[in-house]
Design a binder for this molecule. Sequence first.
Ligand SMILES: Nc1ncnc2c1ncn2[C@@H]1O[C@H](COP(=O)(O)OP(=O)(O)O)[C@@H](O)[C@H]1O
Ligand SMILES: [Mg+2]
Length: 285
Amino acid sequence: MTLADKTRADAEQFELADEPYYLPTADEVEVFNAAYEARLPILLKGPTGCGKTRFVEHMAWHIYRGQESPRRQLASPLITVSCHEDLTATDLVGRFLLRGDDTIWMDGPLTRAVRSGAICYLDEVVEARKDTTVIIHSLTDHRRFLPIDKTAELLHAHPDFLLVISYNPGYQSLLKDLKPSTRQRFVSIEFDYPDLEYETSIVAHESGIDQDLAEKLALIGSKTRHLKEQGFEEGVSTRLLIYTGQLIAQGIEPRRACDIGLVHAVSDDRSAQQAVADIVDVILP
Ligand SMILES: Nc1ncnc2c1ncn2[C@@H]1O[C@H](COP(=O)(O)OP(=O)(O)O)[C@@H](O)[C@H]1O
Ligand SMILES: [Mg+2]
């Protein structure tokens, strides 16, 4: 992988041609809009596969593509970076590249968003190296600038720019907890798996199976989430329920689909798998 590829690889740019489907489960849409209008950085907190990414896509579409929006000109209104342990501040900010005899500067995904006025979404931010959290500090208070050390540029954020980060408190080790000095720069929207009725609609919509079957899957999901007391970390995500529904929609027999999409997908731990299998047995006899 070349350095230029590496700079691009970590980020996805969303053109958001069509409105991403999102079913609100509380007041998260109003809260996000209010925070965006005040340009308050947002932290989305919640377990994996519960709808955080979809929610940001949906909100970005409304903010930049909606009927009323004055901001329709931006080609990529949402720039998402999936953070991982090798991700450095340089990956976010940018680097010099050799092109023949010349060196050219290439903006990283964060810098692109700051310059253009997009939403930058740093997914699972605590996974990234420590120097990345330092780099975002001056973007998250009244200063709203990004210091680019390598070019000695102090980049003032475009007025439309907003930083959104996500964080899954469930499986983070203490070492990887979000530091108070970082956390207290964000307003925090709490997510959890949707209630049965909502999750049924979501699974039916996303997989194409009927309401009745979708409800059974949603019920299986909610029951697995009560296994937490038995040392089971997170339960089955909405995402896995959708995958299972998609297998069924493709013609896989429901019990078999649950085996593949839920029982074996949720954990490598035998007793956890057995506990999920027992729930499937009861709900899909
Ligand atoms: N409230 C919701 N409305 C619509 N789709 C949802 C909702 N919650 C979850 N989903 C579905 O679940 C999938 C996984 O959600 P995602 O946003 O990727 O989770 P996260 O980012 O929290 O890990 C999405 O692709 C979407 O199909
Ligand atoms: Mg996500």
